[in-house]
Write a protein that binds this ligand. Structure first.
Ligand SMILES: NC(=O)c1ccc[n+]([C@@H]2O[C@H](COP(=O)([O-])OP(=O)(O)OC[C@H]3O[C@@H](n4cnc5c(N)ncnc54)[C@H](O)[C@@H]3O)[C@@H](O)[C@H]2O)c1
Length: 362
């Protein structure tokens, strides 16, 4: 097999981007598009004359396909993906994988039973800036990582079925998961819902990765300005990823501190500040989604190892779930421990009153 036959389910806001890239990718044939909204389906598919149109996943499954890509609301990911995996198809799902760790784990198991690929579109992993950041960190350019800090704020597109954490934090959490290659130890989060009850629109997430490495992410649909920035601070150097700077999205700063004991009093530390050059590596401006759909095809056709497989999607969903639980527990820390696809959570380091509150909301 040198090409795969693909259908896209869902052509609302994001689906058309998948449709465009699957039809441009030399390793994929876009065979069909499915959407419950017939008018939307016909409008979006008008430029793709040869493509079959389906109103339901049942209709779609009558066609000869190798794979589907699901770009529908998060609450529909699990039922749609289960049907497609059970029908023997490979499945690409938009982030986040599903709306709960339980359903995400069930999908991972089903894909393994069916011996089919389950992949999540964690889009940033396929963009050249994050590829460059990963190679810099893998090559120890920054030295030991101290912390990561992300700001992803905008006057955002409000969602009806998920809060701002489930909408925006999959990006930051999947980038961290990919770059570090190790799971988080605990999560705590604060957030507030201003427009609709229980749909938080502003949130701050703190993730502890052990070994003195922590990450903080601010996600927000209520900001008057758009900011898309991540800082990775290391012992030797630090870097800033500013997605909105299209010509120089990554800048590496040769700045940091040198810590040494003072000569006359070894209990006191002397801090030396280093301020060296700032440089901006060359980064090609290829479209991340084209890289992503090509990787999906490469994994199916050539058996390439998938960098955003179901298990990575499950880890991200666990973090999102833990962050939301923490908000409901007034910022109570959720400790994560991995046992196969199932995870234990316990509160940690919070006061008696908060612990009672946390227990009550379980
Ligand atoms: N990777 C990214 O950067 C990115 C960006 C935006 C959205 N997304 C993700 O894409 C997904 C879709 O988001 P959106 O904003 O496009 O949603 P949307 O509401 O704009 O579109 C969803 C479409 O799915 C259709 N649909 C719903 N249920 C269906 C069903 N059972 N069968 C067939 N069609 C169905 C709807 O009619 C609609 O056209 C979400 O998971 C979202 O998180 C990803």
């Amino acid at each position: 097999m040198s090409r795969i036959k693909v259908a896209v389910i869902g052509c609302g806001y994001w689906g058309p981007n998948l449709i465009r890239n699957f039809s441009a990718c030399p390793r994929t044939d876009l065979v069909a598009v499915c959407d419950a909204d017939r008018d939307r389906l016909e409008t979006v598919c008008a430029p793709y004359g040869e493509v079959a149109l389906a109103d339901s996943v049942e209709q779609l499954l009558q066609l000869d396909l190798d794979a589907v890509a699901i770009a529908t609301p998060v609450s529909t990911h699990f039922p749609l993906a289960s049907k497609c995996l059970e029908a023997g198809l490979n499945v690409l799902i938009e982030k986040p994988l599903t709306g709960s760790a339980e359903t995400a784990a069930a999908l991972v198991e089903l894909a393994e039973q069916q011996n089919r690929l389950l992949m999540v579109d964690h889009t940033y992993l396929f963009g050249n800036p994050v590829r460059k950041i990963k190679s810099l960190i893998d090559n120890d350019e920054l030295g030991e990582l101290f912390y990561a800090d992300g700001i992803r704020i905008n006057l955002g597109l409000f969602q009806r079925d998920i809060n701002v954490i489930w909408d925006l934090a999959p990006h930051d959490l999947s980038i961290m998961d990919h770059i570090l290659g190790k799971p988080a130890r605990s999560i705590s989060s604060w957030g507030c819902a201003h427009a609709e009850a229980m749909i938080e629109d502003v949130a701050y997430i703190n993730v502890d990765f052990n070994d003195h490495l922590m990450a903080n992410f601010h996600v927000n649909w209520l900001s008057p300005v758009k900011v898309r920035q991540m800082i990775f601070a290391g012992k030797r150097k630090s870097l800033v990823f500013n997605e909105l700077n299209s010509t120089e999205p990554v800048k590496v700063y040769d700045r940091g501190i040198d810590v040494m004991p003072t000569a006359n009093d070894r209990r006191r530390l002397q801090i030396g500040y280093r301020t060296g050059d700032v440089w901006s590596p060359h980064i090609d401006s290829a479209e991340a989604l084209l890289n992503m759909v090509t990787h999906f095809a490469d994994c199916i056709i050539d058996g390439v190892s998938c960098i955003s497989d179901g298990r990575s999607g499950l880890r991200v969903v666990r973090y999102l779930e833990a962050a939301t639980r923490s908000i409901r527990a007034q910022g109570g820390r959720i400790v994560l421990s991995e046992q196969g696809n199932h995870f234990q959570e316990t509160t940690h380091g919070i006061g008696h009153g908060e612990r009672e509150l946390f227990t009550n909301i379980q």
